[in-house]
Design a protein around this ligand. Structure first.
Ligand code: MN
Length: 365
């Protein structure tokens, strides 16, 4: 039987394919090494001029049958794939990444476990307005087995003429009530200058959505040895959110928690659009505890319960919501805060759903 020329040529093509494969992988490994070397020297990994030079050299030496454009197209694909490889390498070393730390970060604050598998409810008024106001919420917390109290003292408001918060006095109120009722307190700080003062009064420093990319503030909380709750920015992508957390960890502070709080979209039916898929995504990509703020993401009382259930169902470590003894007269976010009976109804419904369990009160002080 005569030798089939098609078979022979196919064999040759297979051999060439394998040669190309070995060569592009050899090239990729070299590009990886180059990327590491550039990182060491602090040089930007992507150099468009260098890419232009490489393409010019290839086209100059192109004798066909491929056209110059086809050669450019093919090699651009190879360049891009190699660059992506460097990006993956870079991502692998992120301190917040699961690749870096496969096990969950668990924070224990005043005996309360954040991220340990039992979801928490973080609740309290939008703004700290008075000792009596916060005390009313705290008393209810204790009755309902809640251990985490939020309250704003520094309020970054949309309008400069809106209530800006009580400032340090508000933190002092939280400290007094936190001590009195053995509650973990969370409050937002907006400037590096206030951080040291704040650590004296509150257990968790919140970095608000509007400050998610305030890099000097992120670096400053990164230098503290104090828990931080980082909220997602109004228009931040997941990647930007992760890098914001990385800013804090890169300075040494590993006590970081994340909070999805809705993002800005074209939808007007809700105040923001709760990005529910962000929760499992952040749990997959990072080892940090992830919370869902249902108050600011929806801006609607009637959606607090269903979105809280959704958050817990997709694996959030807890839900954050705002409760005020008399929301109608609240100095901020009056329309979206619930009163204490409404809040208790939500807690009851969450307990009934089985997604949330009443905490065993630890008597640690
Ligand atoms: Mn609020």
């Amino acid at each position: 039987m005569a030798h089939d020329p098609i078979e022979t040529m196919r064999k040759q093509i297979d051999e060439i394919n394998l040669e190309i494969l070995a060569l592009i992988n050899k090239r990729a490994a070299l590009v990886q090494d180059l990327g590491k070397e550039k990182l060491k020297q602090g040089i930007n990994r992507f150099d468009p001029e260098r890419e232009r030079e490489m393409l010019n050299l290839l086209v100059e030496n192109n004798n066909g049958p491929f056209t110059d454009n086809t050669i450019r197209h093919l090699f651009k694909q190879i360049f891009q794939a190699s660059l992506d490889l460097q990006k993956d390498d870079n991502k692998k070393v992120l301190l917040v990444s699961r690749k870096k730390q496969p096990e969950d970060t668990v924070l224990t604050i005043k005996g309360v476990v954040f991220g340990g598998g039992e979801p928490l409810l973080i609740a309290g008024p939008c703004s700290v307005e008075s000792y009596e106001q916060v005390r009313a919420v705290a008393e209810n917390h204790v009755k309902r087995g809640l251990r985490v109290l939020r309250g704003g003292a520094f309020k970054p408001r949309t309008s400069p003429y809106d209530f800006q918060g009580l400032g340090e006095e508000g933190l002092q109120i939280l400290k007094r009530i936190g001590d009195e009722f053995n509650l973990v307190t969370i409050s937002e700080i907006v400037t590096p200058a206030d951080l040291e003062m704040a650590t004296k009064y509150i257990d968790v420093i919140q970095i608000g959505a509007r400050n998610m990319q305030n890099f000097e503030l992120l670096k400053a909380v990164g230098r503290l040895n104090h828990p931080v709750l980082l909220k997602r920015g109004l228009s931040a992508t997941i990647e930007e959110f992760i890098y914001a957390a990385e800013y804090i960890l890169s300075e040494g502070n590993t006590q970081v928690m994340l909070c999805e709080r809705g993002i800005r979209t074209y939808e007007k039916a809700t105040r923001n659009t709760l990005d529910i898929s962000a929760v499992p995504l952040l749990k997959q990509e990072t080892h940090l505890p992830v919370f869902v703020d249902v108050t600011h993401s929806t801006g609607r009382r009637d959606l607090l319960l269903p979105t809280a259930k959704a958050g817990l169902a997709v694996g959030a470590d807890g839900v954050m919501l705002e409760v005020h003894p008399d929301p109608d007269v609240a100095l901020s976010d009056a329309k979206q805060q619930v009163n204490i009976p409404q809040f208790n109804e939500i807690v009851d419904q969450l307990l009934a759903s089985g997604l949330y369990k009443e905490a065993k009160i630890a008597v640690e002080r």
